[in-house]
Design a protein around this ligand. Structure first.
Ligand code: PLP
Ligand code: SF4
Length: 339
């Protein structure tokens, strides 16, 4: 059961920037805080971090168990030597984002929905990220590219939904977000705005009064899709942040990635879905891992995934069960796995 306290002092404006600056980026410090032996982990972590740096907010680290190298939250952020091995069938751009990019930072794969890479920045670096090699520096909708992307959305009347993604769109400051939302508000054909973000989970201080006010002012229906993989990620602060969003009338969904050593057990997934529900979040997708270079050790083969999913399904009401999907490049939607 997630403790539900009423948010009282919800105005923590600006604090999240400071928390972000204090995020851990040195493998040595992370190992020290968690009392893990440097002799076992440090060399591999440093080597892998050269390709994709370590980044984890301190508040996320406090949810890990010291001394446990298999902690499911630690596994998501600790760089390992495994990432540096070449694995056949893994790619830099596993879902072919580049081929679907119409303007810099604007990706459209599915009818009616376009996705904006609003920034390359994230509050946390998830080792399994399918965009870990994404060329953010030349392909995002920041700076001058923003007008180009918005113009393309304005003239394409087949669109009805704009997805703000990244990176993490909540890494933008409130003013930048308010600007994007208010510009999209002017397009009559756009009905919905969706925000894909991991910040309510990994840096819940981001969800402050000022941010909620911006969402509240948007004329379009705003949906937030958060990203949470394990019940241990949800603490009281996360629960309060999600309550704030819920109380502001924002619909909340969650997507997870099925990850070996993190959540590849029915019991874990069942608990996650129940805890999300207590936080007003509807489980949406459970993704099979995209075959991105550096993340093969997280892979759960499809047959094993189906077994785990069937067991999960037995233990949950239908409305708490996420859809098990994978992304197949070129398909017109995420592909449901036949179970
Ligand atoms: C996954 C994805 C979406 C969203 O798909 P839904 O099934 O609507 O959640 C939209 N655009 C791109 C490029 C995507 O990868
Ligand atoms: S927050 Fe999302 S985009 Fe950022 S590293 Fe994690 S999975 Fe990738």
């Amino acid at each position: 059961m997630i403790p539900r306290t009423r948010p009282q002092d919800t105005d923590r404006q600006g604090d999240w920037r400071q928390e972000l600056r204090q995020a851990i980026t040195e493998p040595e410090e992370l190992l020290q805080i968690l009392r893990l032996p440097k002799s076992r982990w440090l060399a591999g972590a440093r080597q892998a971090a050269r390709q994709f740096s370590l980044k984890v907010p301190r508040s996320f680290v406090t949810r890990m168990t010291p001394g446990d190298p298999q902690d499911p939250l630690l596994r998501q952020v600790l760089p390992l030597a495994d990432e540096t091995y070449h694995v056949d069938g893994c790619h830099q751009d596993p879902v072919e984002d580049t081929a679907s990019t119409c303007e810099p930072g604007l990706i459209q794969k599915y009818a009616g929905r376009t996705l904006m890479i609003t920034t390359g920045a994230c509050a946390i670096h998830c080792r399994y990220c399918f965009r870990r090699h994404f060329p953010y520096s030349r392909s995002h909708t920041g700076g001058r590219n923003l007008d180009r992307a918005l113009s393309a959305i304005q003239v394409d009347t087949s669109l009805s939904e704009v997805i703000l993604s990244g990176g993490d769109p909540l890494m933008l400051d409130d003013q930048q977000l308010a600007n994007i939302l208010s510009q999209i508000d002017r397009f009559p054909h756009i009905e919905r705005i969706r925000i894909h973000t991991r910040l309510p989970v990994v840096l819940p201080a981001r969800i402050d009064h000022s941010f909620v006010t911006i969402l509240d002012k948007a004329k379009k229906t705003v949906t937030l899709v958060i990203h949470c993989n394990h019940p241990n990620e949800i603490n009281n602060e996360v629960s309060l942040a999600l309550s704030m969003l819920h109380n502001a009338g924002i619909r909340l969904y969650n997507q997870s990635v099925l990850l070996r050593g993190v959540n590849n057990h029915a019991g874990t997934l069942v608990q996650l879905c129940k805890d999300l529900f207590e936080c007003h979040v509807q489980p949406y997708y459970l993704h099979l891992l995209d075959p991105v270079q550096g993340a093969a050790h997280f892979d759960v083969p499809e047959q094993e995934a189906i077994t785990i999913y069937r067991e999960t399904k037995k233990q949950l009401p239908g409305y708490l069960l996420p859809q098990l999907v994978r992304e197949i490049p070129g398909e017109s939607a995420k592909t449901a796995i036949n179970v």
